[in-house]
Design a protein around this ligand. Structure first.
Ligand code: ADP
Ligand code: MG
Length: 244
């Protein structure tokens, strides 16, 4: 198995607040990892260290064998393009149509031609079930639709891994399912994914591995059926009992 991401002795402190204490994990190509844990336990910080939106205080993050920490800005941007990221807030460009939102990075960053960019963007909108919204503006969409556009936009760069940080946390409950379905389809297609989520049903069904984070460490990891039915640590048991 190819290790797409390798994290070694990762530490991250904000001043005196040591958020990540010592993380050592690998993500294999094609794996779906769900990161779960209490609020404030460092899940977002961890995800942001994976593509160096946060600079680790110590340790290494290797992507496809390359250490991201010591790259110059240009090399880092090149590698970042190979990782898609979807946040809780959708951050679509409000003054652009849905189609233009999806086309923008391929046109500007990858220098893809106009026709090809349009064709690809339409395919992606179809993939997320929004081909009929191409000409609309974000303000006319629901939260669930906006998040699906945000996923299509991330996919437009043809990433090798997708990082999701609580993509459904800001959504009304009735819209969560449509976004999780898109993510589930993506997982089924073989995409490598690291997903921070509170959606335990999704994690149980889709994850290859659950990583339970608390107090700056991955306290426990395992297959979903093991983690959810027989958590090994008291911390995980306490966390799960609050999630039900
Ligand atoms: P989670 O995503 O699990 O809720 P976070 O990674 O957002 O946790 O936060 C973990 C800790 O790191 C919190 O104590 C938070 O206040 C702190 N933190 C996160 N980002 C920053 C930052 N940019 N500056 C200072 N402290 C931060
Ligand atoms: Mg978070």
């Amino acid at each position: 198995m190819l290790n797409l991401i390798e994290v070694r002795n990762l530490k991250k402190a904000f001043g005196t607040n040591i958020v990540l204490k010592d993380i050592n994990e690998t993500v294999e190509k094609g794996q779906v990892i769900c990161v779960v844990g209490p609020s404030g336990s460092g899940k977002s910080t961890f995800l942001r260290c994976l593509n160096v939106l946060e600079e680790p205080t110590e340790g290494q993050v290797l992507f496809d064998g390359k250490d991201l920490i010591h790259l110059n800005e240009e090399e880092l941007n090149g590698l970042r393009q190979r990782m898609g990221m979807v946040f809780q807030s959708f951050n679509l460009f409000p003054n652009m149509s849905v189609l233009d939102n999806v086309k923008l990075a391929p046109l500007r960053v990858k220098k893809v031609g106009e026709e090809k960019a349009t064709e690809d963007a339409k395919k992606l909108l179809k993939q997320v079930g929004l081909e009929d919204k191409a000409e609309q503006y974000p303000e006319s969409l629901s939260g669930g639709q906006m998040q699906r556009v945000a996923i299509a936009r991330a996919l437009a760069m043809d990433p090798e891994v997708m990082l999701f940080d609580e993509p459904t946390s800001a959504l009304d409950p009735e819209m969560v399912g449509e976004v999780l379905k898109v993510m589930r389809d993506l997982a089924d297609s073989g995409m490598t994914m690291v997903v921070v989520t509170h959606e335990m049903g999704f994690a149980k069904e889709v994850a290859d591995q659950i990583w339970f984070m608390d107090d700056g460490y991955i306290q426990e990891k395992g297959k979903p059926q093991d983690f959810f039915t027989a958590p090994k640590t008291e911390r995980a048991r306490a966390f799960l009992s609050k999630m039900l």
